[in-house]
Ligand binder design. Structure first.
Ligand SMILES: Nc1ncnc2c1ncn2[C@@H]1O[C@@H]2COP(=O)(O)O[C@H]2[C@H]1O
Length: 494
């Protein structure tokens, strides 16, 4: 879905040209939105992005902002888009600079057809080789990485007044239907229902949690800055991914916190682990390292095919924290670990690479059963457990995540065929609200789910959580839930 934004008084002949743009016989832009100034434009981008049901996520089309360069706007709007809305396909053109919309034309129709197709879009994200940072108006992982490295992982740019002045608190709060107690009750159980909460409610849950943890760790951040950090994180994940989106990130953060509540007595380490959790999959394309390497993604080459995705996620998180919460990287970590905070964040994110799974299982097997796991080993184990904890949630919740990962695996298989120039077909689209379907109904609708769950539980989750829970107190409920879920999937196996 593509939007034509007109900001301020724009040359009407340029607008006419823009509206003549077509794709497959239809006008290119699905809507035209006129706004008085840049401030209203940015506010609108946030509002659309947070209203998941609207579908205006700025990822499935290409949007154009036509503005009048004479409108006193100093900051480069395209730089703001890259810094604060990384996953958006959006470009701004000064209609008064002579060339105007002409430079927007070239390649546009092809780009729109790519962004409207799930598999072509994933392929572009993963394999496009930009000549320079953000040379394309379509998102690509390498364009995102080049921008982050061009700006420097340690560099901060002043946050533009137009963004600083947005009252993010009321932007989020006014959409909430419940009070803080309701969200704390959701956060404080293992029955955390990410799919029953609206996007803004999930963002508000992460605000409440991180605000508490930052106070506990004596690492204060203002409310509006924390909201901007969270909204920039959300804009750095692909909302269009079935599984690896911001909901997964918040779910893993909530699981990480629940485990830390039981296992960690150091507020700063808990905060760092939860920050690593919410940022552990930034920019995830919904595929995997194997596909990145197999078809020679520039991202895989950039990290020499070693944990390419996890290294990328870490770089993106470092860049966002440097920009939005630099103090968190600087305050001295606890006495227990003589490690810099960034090293703790990095080790935690790298631990979520399943290529390292066997190593972590062996670490658990070799640690004595009646002895406490040393703190340095415990931290990465916690986030790794949280990352695959969906199989240990109660069946109603676990089955929702199972459905989503099954869809994502199907998309990976289709992408493999696409890259091998073979025909691919995709299961029917997930155009149902999975939170309304019971486990039985989900299996009825998507019969391939049980086999994948049985394989993952028997080959990965069972061994890990058995070792994890026998060495750490009070976690037997993880095994109980997982075994209940496995029995259900076995009873439904095709
Ligand atoms: N319920 C599940 N069923 C199958 N595979 C899963 C499930 N949950 C997590 N995984 C896999 O575990 C991996 C953990 O790292 P990733 O999030 O990169 O990708 C995840 C999936 O490949």
């Amino acid at each position: 879905m593509s939007t034509l934004f007109l900001v301020g008084s724009v040359d009407l002949s340029e607008v006419e040209k823009a509206n003549k743009l077509s794709h497959n016989g239809r006008t290119l832009f699905d809507r035209q939105v006129s706004l008085s100034d840049i401030d209203s434009l940015l506010l609108r981008l946030y509002q659309d992005r947070l209203d998941l049901s609207s579908g205006w996520n700025y990822e499935t089309g290409i949007s154009l902002v036509l503005y009048n360069g004479r409108a006193s706007f100093k900051n480069n709007l395209n730089e703001i888009f890259k810094k604060f809305f990384p996953c958006f396909n959006i470009v701004a053109i000064d209609s008064g600079d002579g060339e105007g919309i002409g430079k927007f034309y070239s390649g546009l129709e092809e780009e729109v057809s790519v962004m409207q197709d799930r598999i072509k879009r994933m392929s572009h994200w993963m394999y496009y080789r930009p000549s320079k940072p953000c040379s394309s108006r379509m998102y690509s992982m390498m364009g995102h990485l080049l921008t982050v490295h061009r700006d420097g992982l340690q560099n901060r740019v002043p946050i533009p007044r137009t963004i600083r002045n947005i009252d993010f608190q009321s932007l989020v709060r006014k959409t909430l239907g419940k009070d803080d107690l309701f969200y704390w009750q959701n956060l404080s159980t293992w029955e955390f229902q990410a799919h029953n909460l609206a996007y803004t409610e999930l963002i508000y849950c992460s605000f409440l949690l991180l605000k508490k943890l930052s106070a506990d760790a004596n690492a204060p951040i203002s409310d509006n800055k924390l909201f901007l950090l969270l909204l920039t994180l959300e804009s750095s994940y692909h909302q269009v991914n079935k599984f690896h989106n911001f909901k997964h990130a918040i779910d893993v953060m909530q699981a990480t916190w629940q485990l830390c509540e039981r296992l960690v007595d150091d507020p700063l380490q808990t905060l760092l682990l939860c920050m690593a959790a919410i940022g552990h999959d930034i920019g995830h394309p919904g595929s995997n390292n194997q596909l990145l390497s197999q078809f020679h993604s520039p991202i895989a080459e950039n990290y020499e095919n070693h944990s390419a995705l996890e290294n990328m996620h870490k770089d993106f998180l470092e860049s966002i924290l440097t920009q939005h919460w630099p103090q968190l990287l600087l305050i001295n970590s606890s006495k227990k670990l003589n490690k810099a905070n960034l090293d703790i964040l990095t080790e935690a994110i790298m631990a979520t690479d399943m290529a390292l799974h066997e190593g972590y299982v062996k670490k658990l097997e070799h640690s004595p059963r009646n002895d406490v796991i040393d703190f340095a080993t415990l931290l990465p184990l916690i986030i790794k457990a949280a990352d695959i904890s969906n199989v240990t949630r109660p069946l109603k919740i676990s089955s929702q995540w199972a459905c989503l990962i099954t869809f994502e695996f199907a998309e990976c298989a289709a992408l493999q065929n696409f890259e091998e120039k073979k025909a691919y077909d995709l299961q029917d689209d997930l155009n149902c609200n999975i939170s309304l379907l019971s486990p039985d109904k989900l299996v009825e609708r998507f019969p391939s789910i049980p086999n994948g769950q049985i394989f993952f539980i028997e080959n990965f989750a069972e061994q890990f959580f058995t070792e994890f829970c026998t060495r750490l107190p009070g976690l037997d409920f993880l095994i109980d839930n997982m075994e209940t879920n496995k029995k259900f999937w076995l009873s439904k196996r095709q």
